[in-house]
Design a protein. Structure first.
Lengths: 156, 760
């Protein structure tokens, strides 16, 4: 197995790491950087829980080799809030009860962020379509959709 | 009844939401301990075989391997994953051994390894040599009972540990069926649903100074502790179970899963070990919903609807171990008693072993299956006698004082009429005949209803404790021990305490999730959290309130009867200037320099006995594509008799989430097992509803109060997912005139039913 020197800009901080060529992005974020908000639900790219933003785009960190995103800007759920100040999407999720067990939440939040970045006033159908790859076993999705629409209305 | 309530009934945010949106929540899967090893389980490739030899000597010497455990390393003790066995004096069937001499399903553990990393652990698994002597296997209950078939467990003749047994029968059902104007019914089948929480199965164990600490996804921490103590020959006090946040539940946490393997490894390795199942391993080995594979049910009614008799038989495919199959069948039976005023009932349960993955429990335990069948059969009966299905239900459901599930129990409250009325109006039930029935896509509407329970008392032990401790600032800590899967129980219990004490719910710091810190509790199952634990919290808060008033009485020089608590202050009635703040009172309890220290600590124990059923009506409007068999749910409405919603956001959340699981159960969720191998071992093969599978749906609450519940509250935890399958089945019939008796109602089954209908 080879190791490659990689630079990642994670949540605004530059990290230089020696990364196994077969290491997954989820593993590097969890094991090397201690970002435990990266939740792996399936490891096969089917549930969306492990989603992070790579240069602003949602990517499945469980199905992405870390070396393929070297040099890129990565945002995890830890990078959403500004200290104790929650991001408006986080606030909306809390207020609407858009989470229960919380395991899918980081992926939901980050995907929602991307949606609002490209579509500042999505309809409920837009939200449903955009989050279709993100499974939640707890909420039935109503309150998640409410939260995203509300976050958009607050001007994200 | 909302009069004067300041905290209860309010839409407050969940106390643990902040940790969950910021990525700071600790789960078993993301917890790391110093020197923690990776644990892996070696599994049987055979569905049924004798284990002749297990040799870990080659694996043991692999650098980086810290422990190999086989049957030689653990006490040979009979046990069961089903820790609820402790809730009955006689217990339930225990038929498991850790690394037994026989394997009984594909995946049955034969050994486990702990190593410094995953690569080494996987290599070690490959180096363990196992010699099997394959045995014939059976995969259906019909095959299992054939004469001459290999026994799966020595004690179970004919692979039938539970032969057909009548339970809780009353009246003369034979006579009722003969006298009935109409008898309808048939044979139904239901699927082996998977709980499918997003967090895979995971546990961590550590053994230090003779004490075993286990981080677990359990919903029943104290009983999990008891079973693990038993399994490893330790006193309960030497075992500590910690529950981090769980990204799963839905009943999965009422059984053990990876804990036994993890503990065996940690004890041998002398270091913390994490066992984390892959998704495929989780779906193939975490025991599933109780699989009541076959239900025969008939009802006899008079032309005016009078329900004379109900006969039913529930057959469970237990799989390799009994775990919760027998109790699941029992609950199917018991929960069927409460819904309608049948004059007689004869019901039987039976359960067989097969070489399938065993069954645990899933939300709606047992009642899912009997409710589906009963509500479809009742729909058939209504059609036969020409009665509106909503009218039948309003007229013949049981009410206050009626039969509860368990002999001697009575229904304490019933808001079902209101649920039916609200739901029928909302979905426009009266206009259903006008739904389009021409063309390829036909519309229909269906209804179903049910009554569930708020804890399984008095049949099962439902012992609960709550402790409240006041600090010197007037804030308090509440020590309770529910399972916390994110259902909102922590904040809800805080609201109950805060309401009694006249403080904010943020003043109540809820301590849970550690058997060393909390007093005993059964935990979370049978929708008992708010009703059972909530009542204990209410009682403890009342005791603490009395202590506060006593202390205030001394400070203010006024009798307790004249004192009023408001806004964290105690004042004398009609004399607001004579006031003692909670801060003052609490300080005199703790920093009292007059030799009068006594911290306010209250402890309440509760063993509820009452039967307080939540009721529910569910309405579906569907569109059936008669060319493809695809059923689209257009609209779903749940109306739930909650008694009193302590926190409506959480109650709605439970119901809406239940709707998703219920739609999955109704239309597509199915564990596919071929020759004992679980084929549907991922989210790509076992379909869990996504946003796109969800119709326009809403959950409405009926709050008429219950005389026994805390502030009138009944349960909601399991209630959300019962009615989708029967109401959708009834709606399909309304749309296309075909009865579906098998779940899930896949396009293939719908097309087959349409074809059979044409053939008739």
């Amino acid at each position: 197995m080879r190791r490659i020197a990689c630079t990642f800009l994670v949540n605004g901080v530059t990290h230089e790491l020696l990364v196994d060529t077969n290491a997954l992005l989820s593993e590097v974020l969890q094991d090397d950087l201690g970002l435990m908000g990266v939740h792996v639900g399936c490891g096969t790219g089917d549930c969306g829980a492990c989603t992070v933003l790579v240069d602003g785009l949602p990517m499945l960190s469980c199905s992405t080799l870390a070396v393929t995103v070297r040099g890129k800007e990565i945002t995890t759920v830890e990078g959403l809030s500004n200290g104790a100040q929650l991001h408006p999407i986080q606030e909306a999720f809390v207020e609407h009860g858009a989470l229960q067990c919380g395991y899918c939440t980081p992926g939901m939040l980050l995907a929602s962020k991307r949606l609002l970045d490209v579509n500042p006033s999505p309809s409920r159908e837009d939200v449903k379509g955009f989050l279709a790859g993100h499974l939640c076993r707890c909420t039935g999705y109503n309150k998640i959709i409410d939260a995203v629409v509300d976050a958009a209305e607050r001007g994200e | 009844m909302d009069e004067g309530l300041t905290v209860v009934g309010k839409r407050l945010v969940a106390v643990d939401a902040f940790a969950k949106v910021t990525g700071r929540a600790e789960y078993c899967t993301n917890l790391r301990l110093p020197q923690m090893l990776v644990g892996k389980v070696l599994r049987s490739p055979h569905a049924h075989a004798r284990v002749v030899k297990v040799d870990g000597s080659k694996a043991e010497v692999l650098p980086g391997v810290r422990a190999i455990v086989t049957h030689k390393d653990v006490p040979r003790k009979v046990y069961t994953y089903n820790v609820m066995t402790y809730q009955l004096p006689e217990g339930e069937i225990q038929d498991m051994y850790l690394f037994d001499h026989k394997v009984r399903y594909i995946g049955d553990p034969v050994a486990a390894v702990a190593a410094v990393n995953e690569e080494v652990a996987n290599e070690a698994l490959r180096l363990i040599e196992v010699e099997y002597e394959a045995l014939p296997a059976v995969f259906t209950v019909e095959e299992a009972v054939k004469s001459g078939v290999e026994k799966i467990h020595d004690f179970a003749e004919g692979n039938t540990p539970v032969p057909a047994t009548p339970v809780f029968c009353y009246g003369d059902a034979e006579k009722g069926m003969k006298e009935a104007d109409a008898v309808v019914g048939g044979t139904f089948s239901t699927s082996k649903q998977i709980q499918a929480g997003l967090e895979p199965a995971c546990a961590i164990a550590d053994f230090q100074n003779g004490r075993l600490t286990v981080w677990s996804q359990t919903q029943l921490p104290h009983m999990a502790r008891k079973m693990l103590a038993h399994l490893f020959d330790l006193p309960e006090s030497k075992v500590r179970v910690i529950q981090p946040f769980a990204g799963t539940g839905f009943g999965a946490g009422t059984d053990l899963c990876c804990e036994p393997y993890c503990c065996a490894l940690a004890i041998k390795a002398g270091a913390p070990v994490k066992v984390l199942y892959s998704r495929s391993e989780d779906f193939s080995n975490r025991i599933t919903r109780e699989h009541i594979c076959k239900i025969d049910m008939h009802v006899g009614v008079m032309l005016d609807g009078t329900p004379l008799a109900l006969k039913a038989k529930y057959t469970g495919d237990a799989g390799a171990y009994m775990c919760k199959t027998a109790s699941g069948c029992g609950v199917a039976l018991a929960s069927n008693i409460t819904e309608y005023e049948f004059e007689s009932m004869h019901q039987e349960i039976e359960a067989m072993y097969t070489n399938h993955l065993a069954c645990g429990a899933m939300r709606g335990f047992g009642g899912m299956q009997s409710t589906f069948v009963r509500e479809v059969v009742v729909d058939e009966a209504c059609e036969k006698i020409g009665m509106d299905p909503v009218e039948f239900r309003m007229k013949y459901h049981r009410g206050v004082g009626g039969l509860g599930w368990f002999p001697g129990t009575e229904i304490s409250s019933c808001g079902l009429d209101e649920c039916l009325r609200v739901g029928a109006e909302k979905i426009k039930w009266q206009e259903r005949k006008a739904l389009p029935k021409d063309g390829v896509r036909k519309r229909g509407m269906g209804v179903a209803c049910m009554g569930w329970l708020s804890g399984a008392q008095p049949m099962l032990l439902e012992h609960t404790n709550a402790i409240l401790k006041f600090n010197e600032d007037g804030g308090c800590s509440l020590f309770v021990s529910p399972g916390n899967m994110g259902q909102g129980i922590l904040g809800t219990l805080a609201q109950i305490a805060a309401e009694v004490l006249g403080i904010d719910y943020t003043d109540v710091n809820v301590i849970y999730g550690d058997t060393d810190l909390t007093a005993f509790d059964i935990g979370t199952h049978a929708s008992r959290g708010v009703y059972c634990i909530g009542r204990a919290v209410q009682k403890a808060a009342q005791q603490a309130r009395a202590q506060i008033l006593d202390r205030a009485s001394a400070i203010l020089g006024a009798p307790v009867e004249q004192l009023v608590i408001k806004d964290k202050q105690v004042h004398v009635k009609n004399e607001p200037e004579r006031t003692a703040t909670f801060l003052q009172i609490s300080q005199t309890c703790i920093y009292n320099y007059e030799k009068d220290c006594k911290q306010i600590v209250a402890h309440a124990t509760l063993e509820p006995t009452e039967f307080a059923p939540p009721w529910q009506a569910g309405f579906a409007e569907v569109e059936v594509d008669t060319e493809t068999g695809v059923v689209d749910v257009i609209k779903w409405i749940t109306v739930h008799d909650i008694g009193k919603a302590i926190n409506p956001i959480q109650v709605e959340g439970q119901l809406e989430g239940g709707t998703a699981q219920g739609i999955g159960f109704a239309l597509f969720e199915d564990t596919v097992i071929t020759h004992g191998k679980v084929l549907s071992d991922g989210f790509d093969k076992y379909r869990v509803p996504s946003t796109l599978d969800m119709p326009d749906h809403e959950a409405l609450l009926v709050e008429l109060g219950d005389p026994t519940g805390p502030f009138g509250a009944k349960s909601v935890g399991e209630s959300g997912l019962f009615l989708q399958a029967p109401a959708i089945a009834n709606a399909i019939y309304d749309a296309v005139g075909a009865r579906i008796r098998d779940l899930p109602m896949t396009p293939e089954r719908v097309l087959r039913a349409l074809k059979e209908k044409v053939a008739v």
